[in-house]
Every structure is written in structure tokens, then in C-alpha cells.
Design a binder for this molecule. Structure first.
Ligand code: UDP
Length: 407
């Protein structure tokens, strides 16, 4: 049985058949994805699941990862933070290094697709190659673009506007651009190790391995150790709850090869958690999908207390498991959670603590939020819908001149 056939029982035959029709229309075209990490974070998570499925649909698609030294990833992390609205200083040398590494990667790449699909700012300057190739280029933004720092935005804009189309995850991220902008939400794969059903024996064994007590409420946040995920804020919210309810906190995550700040943040989190044996700071290797799945499934409440968020796949992952989620109303999270219907949106540490207490005290209500959340994810954020959007987008590139420009 092909991989794609396993999705029929979840989304129905018609959707899978439509995907095959779209795949057929793309035959003869090559699609090249380019990003900056093969491991860690949402982009790698999605591409690793999507590419084999697209190949089964008959689409010739591949994935290249650009290489950079530590200095490059320090600079791109600065750019990433600035796009999330953080005030950073990007020096002339930073910029020169950013451009030099992009240039080096352009020279190193052996082959180019008919459609080049570039993910996020790190490889954005590869676009300089377009002039020579005369192919189609898409720039896919996975990060929160609602309030970028103007200087860094202007710098990126120069590159982005050379692409044929820019793709954003949420309407709030649309910018004034001279090129076409398209909204495509990310997705989760219900059949991946991260999201598939698990047996209770395995789930219990994971809790046991980490020393977590399954009889006490478990509050969990799964995230890379990143300031913008606010893990220290999560600890503060937990401490407010802990005064009233004997509960545990799990902060689980790893790093991404393109994120140099992770080790420092992890250190801060460990310091903040010190002395409390009910806080579990778990630094997980990148292939811990089954463990993360088990932790999510055994949680009483799941948090995503991000200060900024592109989309927040972890929210979808938790909702798919029918878990009540309390998450910040930032970036793409409000697309996933309708407040008090499919989860809880909060703005502060105090609000987060208040809702953790409420949901632990009202398990029936918490369960309803999770059930509604799963339905919402099923309708909107599964990988099959995402593939369909992408295939349509690739097809639309041949008819770009017919598109009315609104900007
Ligand atoms: N993730 C993981 N291991 C970790 C931390 C996160 O596999 O240690 C996964 C998580 O389950 C989710 C993705 O990485 O699938 C994170 O995507 P999200 O959009 O939530 O945030 P990003 O890291 O892209 O900012």
C-alpha cells in the first residue's frame, strides 16, 4: 500500500483522488525546496513528511539544505528576531557575511528546479540566481511577520520582491509587496510518529523513563528552547498554579541546527526550575517524535505561551490529540484556537495561570475544548490540505500574468 492511501480513512477518497489529479498536471516539472535546517523546528517537520507524499503523487520534488558557519546562523537568528519585532543591531559586516554565505550556497548547489521554493529568510538571497535561470521562484515565510523591525524588513523586501510569489501562514502577516501574496497555513501529519495513536503501555513507559508521575496533573509545553517561546514565563505561570494545585510541569524540547541561542535559553530555564522536582526540563534529541507524542497524550493541559509565533505547529499537534490548549494569541495561533471553543487564548502569565487552574478543575469542559479542537484541525490543518494548496500554487505559477495585482 502506498503511503498516501493511508490518509483515505481520515480525509476520504475524494481528497486523495484530487491530489493525484493535481500531481498529474505537474508532471514534467521539478520542484526544489530550500531551507536552512534538516532537523528541528516546524519547517523541517513539515518537509520531511510532505516530500515522500508528493513524490507518490507523481511530482518530482526534492529538498536542499543550505550550509553556513556559526557566524551565519548568529546573523540569521538576529534577522529572525528582528522580523519578530525584537530590536537588534545588524551591522554592515553581518550583512556582508549573510550575503557571502548565500552566494557560496548558490555556487555549491548542483541543480535547480523549474520551481524553486525557498523557506524563510536564511536562504532568501539565493534569488540572485533567478536572472540566469529564468525559472519560477516562491518565497515561503513561516515566521510571525506582523511587526517586523523596519530596517531589516526593508533589507529583506528587496530580495522578496524578486520572487514570483510570497507565501505566508496567516492573514496578519501580509505586507505591502509588489509581488503576489498567497496564504497557505501549515499542517500536521496525523500519521507521523509525532501524531499517530499510541498504546497506553508505551505512553506510561515514556512517563516512567522521565520520572513523571501519571497520577498528578501534567502541564506541558513542547518547544525549542527559544526566548520567543517564553519558557521562563511558563515556569512563572506554573508556580502561581502550584500554590493551589499539586501539579507537574514538563518543558520538553531540543534545538535546531540553525538556532544558536538554544543552549543559553536552556541554561536559563534550568536555573529558573532549580529546586523543584516537579518541573521536568527535558532536552530531547531531534528524533524524539514518539516521546513528544506520548508526553502530549499524557498531559492534562498543554501550553504554548509564545511571545511571537509563525504558526505554532505544537498547538495543532496537541489539539489533534484532543488536549485542552492554552496558548498566546499571537501569530498563527488564533487561526487554530477559537477562544473558549477549541482552546483558550491568553495574553499574560497571570491569565495563563488562571486558565490552567480552571481547566484542571473542570475536566469535562477541558475535554470539550480538545474535541472541538481536533475537529478544527481535521477540517483545516492536515497535511493533505497543505499539499493540495501547494500543488495549486505551483500550477498557478504558469498563469501569473493573469493574476490581478492588488498592491
Ligand atoms: N519539535 C520537536 N522536538 C523538539 C521541539 C519541537 O520535534 O524538541 C517539533 C514540534 O513537535 C513541532 C515543531 O518541532 O512539530 C515546532 O514547530 P512550531 O511551529 O511549533 O515552532 P518552530 O520551532 O517552528 O518555531
Amino acid at each position: 500500500m502506498r503511503l498516501i492511501d493511508h490518509y483515505r480513512s481520515i480525509v476520504g477518497d475524494q481528497i486523495v483522488e484530487e491530489l493525484f489529479l493535481l500531481g498529474k498536471r505537474l508532471q514534467g516539472k521539478t520542484i526544489q525546496n530550500i531551507n536552512s535546517t534538516a532537523l528541528g523546528g516546524g519547517v523541517a517537520e513539515i518537509l520531511s513528511r510532505m516530500i515522500p507524499l508528493m513524490a507518490e503523487l507523481g511530482v518530482e520534488v526534492w529538498w536542499d539544505v543550505i550550509h553556513g558557519d556559526n557566524e551565519f546562523f548568529e546573523v540569521t537568528k538576529k534577522i529572525h528576531n528582528a522580523l519578530h519585532g525584537v530590536d537588534i543591531g545588524l551591522s554592515h559586516d553581518d550583512l556582508q557575511h549573510f550575503l557571502a554565505v548565500n552566494k557560496k550556497n548558490t555556487q555549491k548547489l548542483q541543480r535547480w528546479g523549474d520551481i524553486v521554493f525557498v523557506h524563510d529568510p536564511q536562504p532568501v538571497a539565493l534569488i540572485k540566481k533567478k536572472k540566469k535561470l529564468q525559472n519560477k521562484w516562491l518565497w515561503r515565510c513561516h515566521i510571525d511577520f506582523s511587526r517586523p523591525r523596519p530596517g531589516v524588513w526593508r533589507l529583506l523586501q528587496k530580495f522578496i520582491e524578486k520572487y514570483d510569489t510570497a507565501v505566508f501562514s496567516a492573514p496578519a502577516f501580509a505586507r505591502k509587496l509588489k509581488i503576489r501574496q498567497v496564504l497557505v497555513s501549515p499542517s500536521i501529519d496525523p500519521l507521523s510518529d509525532k501524531n499517530k495513536e499510541l498504546g497506553q503501555v508505551f505512553i506510561d513507559s515514556v512517563l516512567k523513563r522521565f520520572g513523571i508521575d501519571k497520577e498528578k496533573p501534567i502541564i506541558t509545553q513542547i518547544s525549542r528552547f527559544d526566548y520567543l517561546k517564553d519558557p521562563v514565563g511558563v515556569i512563572r505561570a506554573y508556580r502561581m498554579v502550584k500554590k493551589y494545585i499539586d501539579c507537574q510541569l514538563v518543558l520538553a524540547g531540543g534545538g535546531a541546527t540553525d538556532d544558536p541561542e538554544g543552549a543559553g535559553v536552556l541554561e536559563e530555564v534550568k536555573n529558573a526550575a532549580e529546586g523543584d522536582k516537579d518541573i521536568f526540563v527535558l532536552h530531547l534529541p531531534p528524533d524524539s517524535h514518539l516521546e513528544i507524542n506520548a508526553l502530549q497524550r499524557s498531559s492534562t493541559v498543554i501550553l504554548q505561551k509564545s511571545l511571537r509565533e509563525g504558526f505554532g505547529l505544537t498547538v495543532c499537534e496537541a489539539l489533534w490529540k484532543e488536549k485542552p490548549v492554552i496558548a498566546s494569541a499571537v501569530g498563527g495561533i488564533p487561526l487554530q484556537i477559537a477562544h473558549r471553543y477549541s482552546g483558550i487564548l491568553t495574553y499574560t502569565i497571570e491569565g495563563t495561570a488562571y486558565w490552567i487552574k480552571q481547566l484542571i478543575h473542570e475536566p469535562d469542559y477541558a475535554k470539550r475544548l480538545g474535541v472541538n479542537g481536533k475537529q478544527h484541525v481535521k477540517n483545516n490543518f492536515l497535511i493533505t490540505r497543505h499539499i493540495q494548496d501547494y500543488l495549486l500554487l505551483f500550477l498557478s505559477l504558469d498563469n501569473l500574468s493573469d493574476v490581478v495585482q492588488l498592491s
